[in-house]
Design a binder for this molecule. Structure first.
Ligand SMILES: Cc1cc2nc3c(=O)[nH]c(=O)nc-3n(C[C@H](O)[C@H](O)[C@H](O)COP(=O)(O)O)c2cc1C
Length: 142
């Protein structure tokens, strides 16, 4: 099972999360769960094979709901060394992906592809990159 975990207030990151999930689900045999960080069941998520984690840029950082995910999994061995990718949306500042990637390293998830960053809502190019990101994750999780 691949978990696509995200936060979104105005829909941009949710749309990108849906595209990542779509790309992952297109890989034969892949099962995908799309869930907002605030609604995450950590015991269920701990059994996943791989994670895509996405956030809007809030004050050049991740959203609090996404930060909470990293806070909780830091000392949880069930989340270690699993394939992971990151994605984010921003309004022009574009810092969020670097923050996400540092947090992924800090909790010892295993990045398997370069993250995807989109300004505002994903356009056709962002959609293609989002789907490709999901596909890369699902291939790595096989
Ligand atoms: C509280 C708040 C803080 C934000 N801070 C930044 C920022 O520092 N840099 C930036 O590029 N965009 C910033 N934005 C814009 C959002 O990152 C951008 O609109 C994003 O696509 C929203 O994602 P969502 O539609 O999934 O909620 C901020 C938005 C909000 C609501």
């Amino acid at each position: 099972m691949i978990y696509v975990i995200y936060h979104s207030d105005t829909g941009n990151t949710r749309k990108l999360a849906e595209l990542v999930a779509e790309g992952a689900a297109a890989v034969q045999g892949a099962q995908v769960k799309l869930v907002s960080a605030a609604d995450l069941n950590y015991d269920e998520a701990a059994a996943a094979d791989a994670y895509a984690i996405g956030s809007p840029d809030y004050f050049s950082y991740v959203a609090g709901q996404v930060k909470t995910f990293f806070d909780k999994v830091l000392n949880d061995g069930r989340f270690k060394n699993k394939p992971c990718v990151t994605f984010g949306t921003h309004g022009g500042g574009a810092k969020v992906l670097g923050v996400l990637d540092n947090l992924v390293k800090a909790v010892k998830l295993k990045p398997v592809a370069a993250g995807v960053l989109v300004k505002g809502a994903p356009d056709a190019d962002g959609a293609e990159k989002g789907r490709a990101l999901g596909k890369a994750l699902a291939e790595a999780a096989k």
